[in-house]
Design a protein around this ligand. Structure first.
Ligand SMILES: Cc1cc2nc3c(=O)[nH]c(=O)nc-3n(C[C@H](O)[C@H](O)[C@H](O)COP(=O)(O)OP(=O)(O)OC[C@H]3O[C@@H](n4cnc5c(N)ncnc54)[C@H](O)[C@@H]3O)c2cc1C
Length: 392
């Protein structure tokens, strides 16, 4: 296992922890109530240089490992789930450019600019007509000499209206099959966004994710080299499932933290006795720990595989795809019951929206986990892989 610690990581983690308690948590209720973008948190993350965390040293960033990025997202999620989801989605997009675009001088320059100016990247994989099937596109990039044109009707586009650029999936050209996709970086100023739906949701309200029609132009150098099949298997899927699991854990940890504070305050009122809810707290803490071990172990395994010359081959394997899918399903199923148990412990004080033990936002935020790439869709993919894959 790879336990390399990036030189600048401890300072970055300390900064994100400070932002979690002094900024993200302070504004989380307003972000949730108004379904507004967490501007204050993103400004503080920019100030701390946190948006460049995945950018390698030779392009001006610290070059954090996946384990380290997961720690940053899990920490921020303890203050505000929406902010952590924005940070995670940004890291996933940056990682796609870092890991699949570094051969391109244009994209290396872009990474330097991203690190210098702390640019925020969003993602458009969903599309009207394909819904949650990320490995299928209807829209196609049209190349004319050294330029491209791309029009996409996306069902969900988190914080697209607040981003400096978007990574968009599409077909390689208008003759290509639905699964013959590429990733295209579209840059603010070169596209228009027309909002097509609203984002008045149960949870993750601060991600500001309505549908958008995108109309973009740019240089053909903005098309990430290589097929999306590669960037999806080696980067987008592992980074998504590991970072999402880490932030869902962070939300659950924050909920259980409130429950633990409640139990301790009850214990202080009756010294010498253990409050009945303490047993439920102990049982739920076991589940929280198991959940943490899940994403930490796979982040560590990913970093180890990635450091080996034949790593890409392993990341393309069915065994690895199943592990990633299982992590996503397990984490998205584990988080809501942990928050539910926290609510049983805090009782009416957790149910109230204006108490320091409130759990409504945590509850609603974690319910998005099983839908964000539908678990049913992922299970159906696992079922077909398990017809041929025997090494369980
Ligand atoms: C908080 C949040 C942020 C998001 N941000 C973005 C973003 O920034 N960019 C982006 O592109 N997308 C984003 N998405 C969208 C996400 O990527 C998925 O596209 C979306 O969640 C899937 O929507 P769906 O349920 O309509 O689609 P589907 O996956 O099509 O599911 C619809 C229904 O079909 C069922 N179903 C689907 N496939 C199968 C199957 N094989 N077997 C059985 N049942 C099946 C599901 O159970 C479900 O009931 C976001 C989603 C969330 C929740």
């Amino acid at each position: 296992m790879n336990h390399r610690v990036t030189e600048d990581f401890p300072a970055l983690l300390a900064a994100v922890k400070r932002i979690t308690t002094s900024v993200a948590e302070v504004h989380a209720a307003a972000v949730d109530a108004d379904a507004r973008f967490p501007h204050e948190t993103l400004a503080a993350l920019r100030e701390a240089g946190a948006l460049a965390a995945p950018v390698p040293r030779d392009c001006g960033g610290p070059g954090c490992t996946l384990q380290e990025l997961a720690q940053l997202c899990s920490s921020l999620a303890q203050g505000c789930g929406s902010s952590a989801m924005v940070l995670a989605m940004h890291y996933i997009q940056v990682a796609c450019i870092v890991r699949h675009g570094r051969e391109s001088a244009y994209l290396r320059d872009y990474l330097r600019q991203l690190a210098r100016e702390q640019l925020l990247l969003a993602s458009m994989t969903s599309e009207v007509g394909t819904s949650g099937e990320t490995r299928s596109s209807i829209c196609a990039v049209e190349r004319h000499d050294a330029q491209f044109k791309l029009v996409k009707d996306a069902t969900t586009g988190s914080y697209c209206a607040h981003a400096d650029g978007i990574l968009v999936t599409c077909r390689r050209n208008s003759d290509a099959a639905a699964s013959d996709q590429v990733l295209v970086l579209v840059r603010k100023g070169d596209y228009t966004l027309t909002q097509t739906t609203s984002w008045d949701t149960l949870g993750m309200r601060g991600t500001c994710s309505p549908g958008f029609k995108l109309d973009a132009r740019g240089s053909a150098e903005q098309i990430i080299p290589g097929p999306f099949a590669d960037s999806s298997a080696c980067t987008m899927v592992p980074y998504s499932h590991i970072l999402w699991a880490s932030l869902w854990w962070g939300i659950a940890a924050s909920a259980l933290g409130r429950a633990a504070e409640y139990v301790r305050s009850s214990a202080r009122k009756t010294p010498g006795t253990i409050p009945p809810a303490a047993t439920r707290l102990a049982e739920t803490a076991e589940r929280l720990q198991a959940m943490r071990h899940g994403w930490q172990a796979l982040a560590s395994e990913f970093d180890a595989i990635d450091s080996r010359p034949e790593g890409a081959e392993e990341l393309h394997s069915m065994g690895w795809a199943l592990k990633m899918n299982n992590l996503k399903i397990n984490a998205s199923q584990a988080a809501p019951p942990i928050v539910h148990q926290a609510l049983q412990i805090t009782g009416i004080l957790g149910y109230k929206n204006d108490s320091k033990f409130s759990l409504g936002r945590h509850y609603r935020d974690v319910l998005s986990a099983s839908l964000m790439i539908s678990n049913d869709r992922i299970t159906a993919k696992n079922a077909s892989m398990l017809l041929v894959f025997k090494d369980l």
